[in-house]
Design a protein around this ligand. Sequence first.
Ligand code: CP3
Length: 341
Amino acid sequence: MIKNDLFLRALKGETVQRPPVWMMRQAGRYLPEFIALRDKYDFFTRCQTPELAAEITVQPIRRIAPDAAILFSDILVIPQAMGIDVEMKPNFGPYLPNPIRTIQDVENVIVPDVHETLGYVFDAIKLTKEMLNDEVPLIGFAGSPWTIMCYAVEGQGSKSFDKAKGFCFSHPEAAHVLLQKITDTTILYLKEKVKAGVNAVQIFDSWGGMLSPVDYQEFSWKYINQIVEALADDAPVIVFGKGCWFALGEMGKSRASALGVDWTCSPRNARYLSGGNITLQGNFDPSRLLSPIPVIKKMVHEMIDEFGKDKYIVNLGHGILPNIPVDHAKAFIDAVKEYNQ
Ligand code: CP3
């Protein structure tokens, strides 16, 4: 039994004294103890060494005490396991030297044995669970197939991901073969993560908002929904689509347990669009953590009032930024704990 089960109860839609809180990208980026490890070990060494991944995962639990932990890893371990080279360049971000550009490239991509290629993630989960000692639940995650494809085709981050979109629109059949291979790998991967001990999973569709509502259905939601269907009996699934407010209606009818919302959609609108019944998660503007602490606290309380305390998980609308002072991050968490007291 998990001692602090607020997060799991909110995912079930149960009535709570106050909503649970965690922050996307809370493991890493802004914590000094993380930066010390980052300067010693390169990115994929940190991901692939269970002791390091577990340590980074619990750092924010010790320091700011959110109601859930998220495993330190990356969405790009999936394309890596599928045979696509992925590098993480300091001060640049992901770099894939041999991006997918042709039908032949798509054919060369494999659906791997996840035990062989990603066993280190499952080991990290087991170790993290020991370190957490059932204090708080552990979240596992994956990128959406569309978001993974964005990096696989583009070869790096982008403002518009026009190469990835261009590939979908000029070679739709090949694009669908690639998206299905990513989907199949992700389902195997997330099922093993649950077996290894994660208590819930989140799918990050960070670049879903690049697509029009019609293209979103065809190139993103169709595949996310396969993952939701495949996982729903194993663990609660949270779907976070950045810029995807237009798809909340469809998402709200799925077997997802909760939907992430970014800060461009008001709480009221998100409730309306998602059908009013499903748990929502979000949506504080990450830059707002640069406001003075009393302002952060006031705005967090207003946000909870607007979403309502039930069927709600407090979070940011996207990942925490690297330049956020730790005491501001802590004030965000504390504000939620002070609600209703
Ligand atoms: O939430 C957590 O704290 C768990 C750890 C986590 C990381 N990446 C660690 C990381 C999670 C959940 C991710 C997901 C991820 N990775 C996403 C989806 C979420 C989002 O922010 O939209 C995406 C798009 C990526 C791809 C990625 N990885 C990028 C674009 C970058 C470079 C820029 C940056 O800092 O985000 C990374 C590297 C990365 N992944 C870092 C961390 C802590 C920073 C680099 C480093 O530590 O050396």
